[in-house]
Ligand binder design. Structure first.
Ligand code: C5P
Length: 299
């Protein structure tokens, strides 16, 4: 049995350009991945089958051809018994379905011993959905093109994050269709060597999520979520992720984030409120006592 974690994807910013002739929009984004996610368990079996459990399993009821099964078929015609534990709200801008499909590509590649490298899995994923290549990578990365051109951010500090979803689904297609103001995709992207939260915030303050305004028009409750989150103690940046409706807050520390979650759960018991974190990556820490001065001759 193989289990793959399918972390939630957060677009820390998302800039959009003019619609292309293929109907997609070029974008620039910085995606990060949280400790919280769905889980996909896979074991060998004669046929391909998928069972879904977890708190958001009902969100997938009636969905004929789950993205996980499409990913499995794109990889090969073999059998496997898959169990998806759905912890993330469905169609909510944090890449749940894309993360699940990416987990299927990674896990079945191992289970079926196909030996495909990340580039091959990413290419297969790109054919299934714009966010899937980034979810295959599942590490902080800049996204360009329609989402398939990826460059890893060099380092990312640990970010205490609060995810909040008011329980409304906003179809990605509708949000793109309602887009009026675009930032364009001409920004020169940085190397992404963010050494601490202040450093990251300085960059994020020059950016925004272009899909936030159209999503707020379609579902005004998103404005309510952003206002409520922005008023919480320790909230450093509050924004919508992807095409919504999930919003995220970056908090000063984990305690603030947990307290903010408690406050929101009290005031809005019908909202999904989940504190989590983006794990630190790529930061080189100097070990204490390393600086011992000049080495004696001959050593
Ligand atoms: O690729 P995915 O299935 O996630 O896209 C869903 C819809 O979102 C597309 O059909 C398209 O209308 C819109 N989209 C877009 N530009 C992108 C990504 C998605 O217009 N870069």
């Amino acid at each position: 049995m193989i289990t793959e974690h399918a972390p939630a994807k957060i677009n820390l910013f998302l800039h959009v350009g003019d619609r292309r002739t293929d109907g997609f929009h070029p974008l620039q984004s910085l995606a990060v991945f949280t400790a919280l996610g769905d889980a996909l368990a896979m074991e060998a079996g004669p046929d391909l089958s998928l069972a879904v459990d977890g708190p958001f399993a009902r969100g997938l009821d009636g969905e004929g051809d789950n993205l996980v099964l499409r990913a499995a078929r794109a990889l090969g015609q073999q059998g496997a018994r898959l169990t998806l534990t759905k912890n993330l709200p469905v169609a909510s801008g944090i890449g749940g379905g894309s993360a699940d499909a990416a987990a299927a590509l990674r896990g079945l590649n191992r289970l079926w011993e196909l030996g495909k490298d990340d580039a091959a899995l990413t290419e297969l994923g790109a054919g299934l959905g714009s966010d899937i290549p980034a979810c295959v990578m599942s590490a902080p990365c800049f996204m360009e093109g329609r989402g398939e051109l990826l460059r890893r951010a060099e380092s990312m500090p640990c970010l205490p994050i609060l995810l909040v979803n008011p329980g409304v689904a906003v179809p990605t297609k509708d949000v793109f269709a309602a887009l009026e103001t675009r930032s364009g995709v001409e920004m020169v992207l940085p190397r992404g060597r963010f050494s601490d939260t202040a450093d990251l915030l300085r960059f994020l303050e020059t950016t925004r999520n272009d899909l936030e305004a159209p999503a707020r028009r379609i579902q005004p409750v998103i404005s309510e979520v952003l206002a409520a989150m922005g008023a919480l103690a320790g909230a450093l940046l509050v924004r919508m992720s992807g095409s919504g409706a999930t919003c995220f807050g970056i908090f000063a520390d984990e305690d603030c984030c947990q307290r903010a979650a408690d406050v929101l759960r009290q005031s809005h018991p019908d909202w999904w409120v989940s504190p989590t974190l983006v794990p630190e990556s790529g930061i080189v820490h100097e070990a204490p006592g390393q600086d011992i001065g000049p080495t004696p001759d001959g050593l």
